[in-house]
Ligand binder design. Structure first.
Ligand SMILES: Nc1ncnc2c1ncn2[C@@H]1O[C@H](COP(=O)(O)OP(=O)(O)O)[C@@H](O)[C@H]1O
Ligand SMILES: [Mg+2]
Length: 280
């Protein structure tokens, strides 16, 4: 793919005070315009550290980070209007006294008129189906509601790049489905570049087409199409349990029943129905 390189991270090393070192090296971490990318890896492998570098929240000890051609640690002001973010801990970013004020904060700050801001906030509240939360205090919302409000704040100014650190963490099953389907349709509609991290392997194919896999210590070890990655590698090596659909297809293959690889449950069921005679 030769589209514009939006994120380019090469051999990033970060040493936290206290000496914990995250060394994001190995496969270069690169994201091109329009891609949907997930970063997977066990707890503590450095996913959030990598994203914090992309967001200019940390300065590399070694290595280079470029986002829209800029060094985010030095010139984040030049690119902030292009990047919507949901941090792993959304409480760090929800600052408005009410949900409405919170979502209006960024566009007002970026110089949108009051009228245009109001209109945009209304639209995104409707789109995410959270209009009923508009006057609530962000602090007292449920986990899923807080993620949705943070997502609304990230999308309200139409960013070119969306960075989501664990958007499904601490969210109940119904909201996980809602958020992942919302993001799936958002990408379908807008081709927005989306980078996320997640531990939810059942939802990852709704969030991403390609995946980077990190090992403990930060090493980016594998990059590939999300379906290929699950079917061609044993991710238990990475402390990652494959989606149930993958486990089922692989187990059937061990019994000599070969089905085409898919991560989609409905496609799998279709393949099974085509091969199974109906009772009676
Ligand atoms: N502020 C910090 N101070 C010291 N160590 C940190 C800090 N943040 C993260 N770390 C350490 O850096 C490593 C990577 O953490 P993180 O990027 O949060 O991993 P992940 O997001 O993959 O779970 C872990 O060992 C973690 O304990
Ligand atoms: Mg993290």
């Amino acid at each position: 793919m030769n589209t514009e390189l939006i994120i380019d991270v090469s051999c990033l090393e970060h040493t936290y005070p206290g000496g914990v070192r995250v060394d994001v090296c190995g496969v270069a971490f690169q994201v091109r315009r329009g891609q949907r990318v997930a970063i997977l890896g066990p707890n503590g492998s450095g996913k959030s550290t990598l994203l914090k570098h992309v967001l200019g929240l940390l300065t590399p000890t070694k290595g280079q980070v470029r986002v829209f051609g800029e060094d985010p640690a030095r010139h984040y002001d030049r690119i902030r209007g292009k990047i919507g973010t949901v941090l792993q801990n959304v409480d760090e970013q929800l600052i408005g006294p009410t949900v409405f004020d919170d979502i209006a904060f960024a566009p007002l700050n970026f110089g949108f008129s009051r009228e245009e801001t109001m209109q945009r906030v209304e639209t995104i509240l409707q789109t995410l189906d959270i209009a009923h939360l508009r006057d609530r205090l962000p602090h007292y919302l449920s986990g899923g509601e807080r993620k949705k409000v943070a997502l609304a704040g990230a999308l309200v100014f139409d960013p070119e790049l969306l960075i989501l650190d664990e958007p499904l963490e601490g969210v109940d099953y119904a909201s996980r489905l809602e958020i992942s389907h919302f993001l799936h349709h958002l990408h379908h509609r807008t081709a927005m570049t989306i980078v996320s991290t997640t531990h939810d392997m059942e939802q990852v194919s709704l969030l991403a087409d390609v995946v980077y896999l990190m090992r403990a210590g930060g090493r980016v070890e594998l990059y590939g199409n999300v379906t290929d990655l699950f079917f061609q590698h044993d991710l238990r090596d990475f402390n990652i349990a494959p989606p149930v659909v993958v486990q089922l297809i692989q187990e059937l293959a061990r019994h000599g029943r070969n089905l085409p690889p898919t991560l989609d449950l409905h496609t799998l069921i279709q393949h099974l129905l085509e091969r199974m005679p109906a009772d009676g």
